[in-house]
Design a protein around this ligand. Structure first.
Ligand SMILES: Cc1cc2nc3c(=O)[nH]c(=O)nc-3n(C[C@H](O)[C@H](O)[C@H](O)COP(=O)(O)OP(=O)(O)OC[C@H]3O[C@@H](n4cnc5c(N)ncnc54)[C@H](O)[C@@H]3O)c2cc1C
Length: 260
């Protein structure tokens, strides 16, 4: 079995984020990056399938040179090889550009399963995985919380609104975008990190993948106009006293504002 896992590298959850000069992205200088949290669960799920039988796990990421760190971490956790897509031709891609680039890798690899995160911790679009599935003519499921792969198909438990669940069955090959919390993500062991140094990491450009001109800033149909932090409010008031006193003070304030 061959499994492709998409990994996006995103700013570390502890990083202090400042908007850049032209207000279209954040200042990336000097901040730490990590693998998108949703993608760590996707990778873990792929590695569990590998641990349970025969599988080759290929991790794929689009991004600048720093992305190799995320791919090396994934190789240290147990992935077999990595594909790093970079270059000015893919820079500034919108979601469709990212999806077209990843779809080109999927078509070249012909995997049985494709794993992705439900969304990215920074962009939050949640659009890339379903678009890749569409471009590759594959069935897909999002918000996957439990995945059981058998020979010809995959049974997936999906999370719906209000905690409800849905069970769906998809034929392979298919794409699964996973929700967080579906497993316990492993750490890369020292042995794994050492072994990762010898694992293959292919570097590809848009031209190598046959998507030149279809991706990147020039092809983006959506542009980021402005990124900004919400304006600071007037300040919060902390109520004090016993629970009863705080509740009645709160109710009073809500009534004062005509909200009750
Ligand atoms: C400098 C810069 C310029 C940008 N310019 C534009 C622009 O002009 N127009 C615009 O619309 N957007 C732009 N973007 C945003 C960028 O294109 C988004 O990352 C893209 O739209 C995908 O959205 P998302 O990251 O929210 O992915 P989601 O759809 O939320 O991601 C879901 C999953 O898809 C996979 N995935 C997503 N991205 C990658 C990746 N890079 N590599 C591997 N797997 C991935 C991961 O598994 C992820 O969990 C820019 C971003 C940067 C950093």
């Amino acid at each position: 079995m061959k499994i492709v896992v998409f990994l996006k590298q995103v700013p570390h959850s502890d990083a202090r984020l400042d908007v850049n000069g032209d207000e279209t992205w954040i200042k990336e200088d000097g901040i730490k990056f990590e693998i998108n949290s949703y993608d760590t669960y996707a990778l873990e799920e792929a590695l569990r399938i590998k641990d349970a039988g025969e599988a080759e796990v290929i991790v794929v990421s689009i991004g600048p040179a720093r992305v190799t760190q995320a791919l090396r971490t994934a190789l240290g956790m147990g992935a077999d090889r990595a594909v790093h897509i970079k270059g000015s031709e893919v820079d500034g891609s919108d979601s469709l550009g990212i999806a077209k680039t990843l779809a080109a890798v999927v078509k070249a690899e012909s995997p049985d399963l494709v794993f992705a995160g439900l969304m990215s911790d920074d962009g939050n679009f949640s659009t890339v995985p379903p678009m890749v599935a569409e471009l590759c003519d594959m069935p897909s499921a999002t918000s996957c919380l439990k995945i059981e792969a058998s020979n010809g198909s995959v049974t997936v438990e999906r999370e719906l609104e209000g905690g409800a669940r849905e069970v769906v069955e998809l034929p392979k090959p298919c794409l699964l975008a996973v929700q967080t919390g579906l497993n316990q993500v492993r750490y890369a062991s020292l042995k794994g990190i050492m072994a990762a140094k010898k694992k293959p990491m292919d570097e590809k450009t848009a031209a190598d993948l046959g998507v030149s001109g279809q991706v990147g800033a020039g092809a983006a149909k959506m542009t980021i106009e402005k990124i900004y932090l919400p304006p600071r409010g007037e300040g919060a008031e902390i109520l004090s006293g016993s629970t009863d006193e705080m509740v009645s003070a709160l109710v009073g304030k809500i009534k004062e504002q005509g909200l009750l």
